[in-house]
Design a protein around this ligand. Structure first.
Ligand SMILES: [Zn+2]
Length: 85
């Protein structure tokens, strides 16, 4: 699984809506990729915050906005010199 694939599957994984096989691949990728792990932790916290703080479900579109924001963040951090190629 590539970093890009992980980002597109992440919210479904957090929702528990991802195929078993992809879950395994995603977890495997997270173990070996610090950058994705940080993004994943941030996303999980953000979604957890929404769930804990609001009595209603995450509005449609939040996932998409979040992913776009994270992708930008990932892109800018990947432009810096990283220890991981
Ligand atoms: Zn990655």
């Amino acid at each position: 699984m590539t970093c890009k694939t992980l980002l597109t599957r992440m919210s479904r994984y957090i929702d528990g809506d991802l195929e078993e096989e992809l879950c395994v691949q995603l977890k495997k990728h997270l173990r070996g990729c610090d950058r994705c792990k940080i993004v994943f932790d941030t996303t999980r916290r953000t979604i957890g915050f929404y769930r804990a703080g609001k009595p209603y479900e995450i509005p449609r579109g939040v996932h998409a906005r979040l992913q776009r924001a994270l992708r930008r963040q990932w892109k800018s951090s990947s432009q810096k010199k990283s220890s991981r190629a």
